[in-house]
Design a protein around this ligand. Structure first.
Ligand code: BTN
Length: 278
C-alpha cells in the first residue's frame, strides 16, 4: 500500500468478527479499490477482512470502468477478503454483498431498498448504492477478492448526476439516503459497522454449503427483477431482451428470451422495461 498517504487506523469495535478488524481511514484518496488491490498484490499477508475507507475519492471507479463520483458525504470503501470457498461460488460474493448493503441500509434508515440485478441497490427506481468486485483467483498463493462499495448517504445528487450523464450509455437515476428520508441523521460509521457485520455474517453462511439455498432465497426476496421484461447489455451493446423467469442457484438470471429460448446470464447491465408481463 502507498503508505505515504495520510491514513488513520479506526476501530469500530468489530473484534469479534473477521471483517473490519483492521480499518484504514483516509480523508481523500484516488480510489479505495485501487489501494486495496495494490495492498493485496504487494503484501501476500494482508489480513482477510481488511477494510479501506475514504471520505472522498478523486478517481472512484464504477463497474465497466466507468467513473464513480465520490464527493464527501458518501460511504466509499473496499474490503479485502480471502474466503474459504470454491471458485464455483465466486459469483456468490456479489450476491451476499448486495444483500448486505440492502439490509444494512434498510436497518439503519428504515427505507425499503431493493436489489437491481446483479448488485445495485435502489430506492424508488433510483440508484442509492453500487458494488464493484475485483478478483484474483488464478494464483493459488495469493487469492483475494476485493469488494468495493459506494453508498450515497448525504451527497450532492446534482454532482453525481452530471458525472453519470457524461459516462453512461444506460441512463440511471440516482439518489441519496438523505434525499429519501426526512430525518437527516444517518451516521456513516454506524452504517458501515452494520454493513461489515452483515458481510461477516453472510460470508460465514456462504462458507457453509448448507446455507447456499437460503442465501439465494434472501437475495430473491430483496430483488426487483423476477417477472420483469428486461434488456441486457454487455459492454454497452444490447445482448438480449426477454422476461426474467427466476434467479438460479448461482445468482444468475434465468431469462426467457424473446425467441423463447432460456438463457442463464451471470453478468451485464440491465434496463427494466416499464411493461410488466409475467
Ligand atoms: C457501480 O458501478 O455500481 C459500482 C460502484 C462502486 C464504487 C465503490 S466506492 C468504493 C470503491 N472504490 C472505488 O473506486 N469504487 C468502489
Amino acid at each position: 500500500m502507498d503508505m505515504d498517504e495520510p491514513y488513520q487506523k479506526i476501530d469500530l469495535g468489530l473484534r469479534d468478527l473477521f471483517i473490519g478488524k483492521r480499518i484504514y481511514h483516509y480523508n481523500k484518496i484516488k480510489s479505495t479499490q485501487l489501494l486495496a488491490i495494490s495492498l493485496a498484490e504487494t503484501n501476500f499477508n494482508t489480513e482477510h477482512g481488511t477494510v479501506i475507507v475514504a471520505d472522498e475519492q478523486d478517481e472512484g471507479i464504477g463497474r465497466g470502468k466507468k467513473k464513480w463520483a465520490s464527493p464527501r458525504g458518501g460511504l466509499w470503501m473496499s474490503l479485502i477478503i480471502k474466503p474459504k470457498i470454491d471458485f464455483a461460488k465466486i459469483n456468490m460474493i456479489s450476491v451476499i454483498s448486495a444483500i448486505s448493503v440492502c439490509e444494512a441500509i434498510n436497518d439503519i434508515s428504515h427505507l425499503k431498498t431493493v436489489i437491481k440485478w446483479p448488485n445495485d441497490v435502489l430506492i424508488n427506481e433510483k440508484k442509492l448504492a453500487g458494488i464493484l468486485i475485483d478478483t484474483n483467483t488464478n494464483n493459488n498463493k495469493n487469492d483475494y477478492i476485493i469488494i468495493g462499495i459506494g453508498i450515497n448517504i448525504d451527497v450532492d445528487i446534482s454532482k453525481i448526476n452530471l458525472s453519470i450523464e457524461s459516462n453512461n450509455i444506460i441512463p440511471t437515476r440516482v439518489t441519496s439516503i438523505h434525499n429519501e428520508i426526512k430525518a437527516k441523521n444517518i451516521d456513516r460509521f454506524i452504517l458501515m459497522k452494520q454493513l461489515l457485520r452483515k458481510i461477516d455474517f453472510y460470508l460465514s453462511l456462504l462458507e457453509n454449503d448448507r446455507f447456499h439455498k437460503k442465501i439465494i432465497e434472501i437475495y430473491k426476496n430483496l430483488s426487483n427483477i423476477i417477472g420483469k421484461r428486461v434488456i441486457i447489455y454487455h459492454e454497452s451493446l444490447k445482448k438480449y431482451s426477454g422476461i426474467v423467469k427466476d434467479i438460479d442457484i448461482g445468482g444468475g438470471l434465468i431469462l426467457e428470451r424473446d425467441d423463447k429460448l432460456l438463457e442463464i446470464i451471470y453478468s451485464g447491465e440491465i434496463t427494466i422495461r416499464e411493461q410488466n408481463d409475467k
